[in-house]
Design a protein around this ligand. Structure first.
Ligand code: NAD
Length: 311
């Protein structure tokens, strides 16, 4: 994105949000190689973006997407969610609340332990693939659901992706002569095996919520505010504050994004007393947390916050 700079200069301010795993990776690689020619702000990893776009938005839109496409009833259904990051946590919380039996797959022991503590069985996909009614991928990875998994699924199993692009489910492997594809409604395909078994594939493996449901304007507002503030910060920063590197949005701005959205809940913030501010070593106006601080994700789902260092 190009902005007119102060004093007539032109300044490039790359800034990204949405589903930018590749762009983020690319920018960090460029920075590492010393080839980044402008400062960049990694908006994707700011807390407000992560929480709202990934966790809270997906917590709602997973149900919306599944309902609109399949009208499935969730109570008692066995669901496996691949990946217990922000998106996975949101999906699991929503499905659990509706009475689904939720399994989680993970590669990271910390996220796996969080899933255990939140009451989910952590399994390998191959252990449950024959019995589950719904498979949801949220890993940001590729080929998490393979043709072998798809071959072993039971009749009417629903398969969908909430994670990265269209890489998580190996959809290409289903384009073989022995399998028949039947479009039953928009964004819903039945893939039919020679013995009559059907797998219900949603949005051809693309992001379910972006393809089949809506994104609440509240979430868009938070993401857009974060991006706008990142651009303003890069634009207004005095010469030398940012070098040709990738930065996280300053914590104070993250807090500002959140504070701008509090009035819609009629939420009233407690103000630190001078004595308390001194005791905690904080400025009364923030930032209230160090830049490295990340809310514990699962706790956040249920409205609690713990400092990372307390884990
Ligand atoms: N659908 C949406 O609206 C939406 C919103 C935000 C982000 N996303 C995308 O969703 C993906 C996940 O986002 P996130 O914030 O949860 O990321 P994250 O990194 O917090 O979580 C991904 C999790 O998947 C795990 N994982 C990786 N490979 C795995 C595998 N083979 N099997 C099991 N688990 C595996 C990782 O250990 C990690 O815990 C990203 O690609 C992101 O771009 C989608």
């Amino acid at each position: 994105m190009t902005l007119p700079g102060r004093g007539g200069r032109s300044r490039r301010c790359p800034c990204f949000g949405g589903h930018p795993r590749c762009q983020r990776w690319m920018l960090y690689q460029l920075s590492k190689a010393g080839k980044l020619c402008v400062p960049a702000m990694n908006v994707n990893d700011s807390v407000t973006k992560q929480k709202f776009d990934n966790l809270y938005c997906c917590r709602e839109s997973i149900l919306d997407g599944l309902k609109r496409t399949t009208d499935v009833m969730f109570g008692g259904k066995q669901v496996v969610v691949c990946g217990y990051g922000e998106v996975g946590k949101g999906c699991c919380a929503a499905l659990k609340a509706l009475g689904a039996i939720v399994y989680v797959t993970e590669i990271d022991p910390i996220c796996a332990l969080q899933a255990c503590m939140d009451g989910f069985r952590v399994v390998k996909l191959s252990e449950v693939i024959r019995q589950v009614d719904v498979v949801i991928t949220c890993t940001g990875n590729k080929n998490v659901v393979t043709r072998e998994h798809l071959d072993r699924m039971k009749n009417s199993c629903i398969v969908c992706n909430m994670g990265h692009s269209n890489t998580e489910i190996d959809v290409t492997s289903l384009r073989t002569p022995e399998l028949t594809w039947e479009r039953v409604r928009s964004q819903v395909d039945h893939v039919i095996w020679p013995d009559g078994k059907r797998v219900v594939l949603l949005a051809e493996g693309r992001l379910l919520n972006l393809s089949c449901s809506t994104v609440p304007t509240f979430v868009l507002s938070i993401t857009a505010t974060t991006q706008a503030l990142a651009l303003i910060e890069l634009y207004n920063a005095p010469e030398g504050r940012y070098k040709q590197d990738v930065y996280l949005l300053p914590k104070k701005m993250d807090e500002y994004v959140a504070s701008l959205h509090l009035p819609s809940f009629d939420a009233h913030l407690t103000e630190l007393t001078d004595d308390q501010a001194k005791y905690l070593g904080l400025n009364k106006n923030g930032p209230f947390k160090p830049n490295y601080y990340r809310s514990v994700l699962a706790g956040c789902c249920w409205g609690h916050r713990f400092p990372l260092g307390a884990l």
